[in-house]
Design a protein around this ligand. Structure first.
Ligand code: ZN
Length: 147
């Protein structure tokens, strides 16, 4: 007894999730159908185990890799901006000192026009420092929001 005419019906009923009474009665007495049911339930467990396994889908893995790459690129560009800001601040500081040394002694006995021009240059330098500081703060906020 290795085959049963009801075997395919039993498997169909198992898959559908609804077992007619006469088929259930046959299953209780038929060894072939019981073996088929055992194999079916084992295969179903395997399918469930595959579904609930911890391995994430390939799409998620790819998406996370893309995100990590973008974050690394953002960190690199921020580092570059910060280096440029430090250089700019150093240049501004040197310029302020140079202008002060150059114009300072003359400020009190030169024409008002030259004094005003020097003042305007100093105001521009201070404004550029403030803008750089604002850009620095903005880039840090942007990074922490993105992360
Ligand atoms: Zn059978």
């Amino acid at each position: 007894m290795t085959e049963c005419a009801q075997e395919s019906n039993v498997l169909a009923a198992l898959t559908a999730g609804a077992m007619p009474e006469e088929l259930a009665a046959h299953l209780a007495e038929c060894g072939v159908c019981q073996d088929a049911e055992l194999a079916w339930s084992y295969l179903k467990e395997c399918a469930v185990a595959e579904t609930v396994s911890d391995v994430p889908p390939a799409g998620v893995v790819w998406w996370k890799a893309q995100l990590a790459k973008k974050r690394a690129e953002a960190r690199r560009s921020i580092a570059w901006i910060e280096a440029m800001q430090k250089i700019a601040l150093a240049v501004v500081a040197i310029a302020v000192i140079a202008i002060a040394a150059w114009q300072g002694p003359k400020l009190f006995n030169v024409s008002p026009l030259l004094a005003a021009a020097s003042g305007a240059v100093l105001v521009l330098l201070v404004a550029s420092v403030l803008v750089m500081h604002g850009l620095d703060r903005w880039s840090h906020d942007g990074l922490s929001r993105g992360a």
